[in-house]
Design a protein around this ligand. Structure first.
Ligand code: ADP
Ligand code: MG
Length: 450
């Protein structure tokens, strides 16, 4: 399978080849032709499977089609001269566009994402795959940064707008963001946006776009509210379900260490982080305070480390991510929201120092490693009181996380090594069928560890 067969323009194929992509991922092979056909899509596919290109490439095809219909003025053309007058729309199509002063024509493509980091990542991918699209105009509208540059971007002509819902709503309220030219609306990580309370902003934003638009929605799940939102926003969507959260993360080895207390946890963490196999690691904590505290502790030990969480100003967050990308940092200590969308292929380890609040977040966390065809190791450090969440994660992924120990750092409570299994003891049920091997349906076998 090669990209040539998907119906993409030569300029995009060229950019993909330059990026080093030789063949589409499974979700790309399915979603790109479906999106090019123009219908609505609901897509679920595991993290790291290449969803970004699945919507960015069809989006760029729309930009190319628009360019073919109305080419940009060339450098020699009269209309390229600076001209402060409002451009004429003299084709009886309603004349000059209305809207607040300073509102531009509005984007053809609108991509909604849950976080700033993800917005930046999608913008980078768009610029990269669109590097041969002449005069491609991409803007991001995200919270936590000054309004000035965003207003500037909204004033000019725009092809692709990538936005977090909250800040986009602000710009809509002031009349600065016009969405009546949107041909394609993309919702990336829709489940996450709903978790963050963005359901009303999303509905409001979608209502401001033309009803004739194409809508493509990505979500880990289409259960519950996400499914209802999909019902509201999508017109007889095609469903593409490449790999659900229950799919084994083939490139990610998972391990579980039961720990007695915080000291024991720190000792295991220190042991893992000093291993040579750790190229770069993301250590997740449950709270912002823990992230700062742990980063300080690891820095004191001589690690190249920084913390990343939503309490930090955007400038700092950008610098930290840059430091991770250019390998000045070996360890990142992060909270869930902040780590969303981090795409650094050299992350070899994900360590769950504090467990996530939601089982979905476990899947998103471990997806920070094992990217772009590399393998990764995801280690969870769990105290006894975390056993409920460990079970919920295992039920959610329908996979057992194999328990492991480190020589000299075994947990004191022997039972904890494979995790407590309350109420389930093979053969304990009176009158139960004798031949049954125990264990719960849907789970793998207990690991044969001592
Ligand atoms: P997702 O959104 O599904 O989590 P991304 O779109 O962020 O995944 O892609 C994950 C990684 O895979 C990125 O580093 C991206 O550059 C890389 N990638 C995407 N498509 C391909 C491809 N066809 N061939 C090789 N690498 C790819
Ligand atoms: Mg993604």
């Amino acid at each position: 399978m090669s990209f040539d067969t998907l119906g993409l323009h030569d300029s995009l194929l060229k950019a993909l080849a330059e990026t080093g992509y030789t063949e589409p991922t499974t979700v790309q092979a399915q979603a790109i032709p479906a999106a090019l056909a123009g219908g609505d899509l609901m897509v679920s596919s595991s993290t790291g499977s290449g969803k970004t290109a699945s919507f960015v490439l069809p989006a760029l095809m729309r930009v190319l089609a628009a360019r073919a219909a109305a080419p940009l003025p060339g450098p020699q053309s009269d209309s390229a001269r600076p001209d402060r007058r409002r451009p004429a729309h003299g084709r009886g199509d309603g004349g000059p566009r209305a809207g607040a002063p300073g509102a531009g024509a509005g984007p053809r493509i609108l991509v909604l994402v849950p976080t700033r980091e993800l917005a930046i990542q999608v913008a980078q991918a768009t610029a990269s795959y669109g590097r041969h699209v002449r005069g491609l105009r991409v803007a991001t509208i995200v919270g936590g940064v000054p309004y000035g540059a965003q207003l500037q971007a909204l004033r000019g002509p725009l092809d692709v707008l990538i936005a977090t819902p909250g800040r986009l709503i602000d710009h809509m309220a002031s009349g600065r963001a016009r969405l009546d030219q949107v041909e394609l609306l993309v919702l990336d990580e829709a489940d996450r946006m709903l978790d963050m309370g963005f359901i009303e902003p999303i509905q409001h934003i979608a209502a401001a776009t033309p009803a004739t638009r194409q809508t493509v929605m990505f979500s880990a799940t289409f259960a519950g509210f996400v499914g209802r939102l999909a019902g509201d926003l999508l017109k007889s969507p095609q469903r593409i379900d490449v790999a659900s959260h229950t799919e084994a993360h083939a490139d990610i080895e998972q391990r579980l260490h039961w720990v007695d207390d915080r000291d024991h946890k720190n000792a295991i963490l220190d042991h893992i982080l000093t291993e040579r196999s750790v190229e770069q690691a993301v250590v997740f904590t449950s709270t912002q305070r823990d992230a700062d505290w742990l980063a300080d502790r690891l820095a004191d030990m001589g690690h190249h480390v920084a913390s990343l969480h939503g309490g930090h100003p955007q400038g700092r967050r950008n610098r930290v991510l840059q430091g991770l990308r250019n390998r000045q940092l070996r360890i990142l200590v992060a909270t869930d929201v902040a780590a969303r969308g981090i795409d650094v292929p050299t992350i070899s380890h994900v360590i769950n120092y504090g467990l996530p609040m939601k089982e979905e977040d476990y899947v998103h966390r471990i997806g920070r490693t094992g990217r772009a065809g590399r393998s990764g190791l995801a280690v969870t450090l769990a105290e006894r009181r975390d056993s409920g969440m460990v079970h919920r994660i295992q039920r959610y992924t329908t996979q057992r996380i194999p328990a492991a120990t480190i020589a000299g750092l075994e947990p004191k409570v022997a039972e904890a090594r494979t995790g407590p299994r309350p109420g389930i003891r093979p053969g304990a049920r009176p009158g139960g069928p004798r031949g049954r091997t125990g264990g719960r349906p849907g789970f793998g076998h207990r690991p044969q560890r001592p």
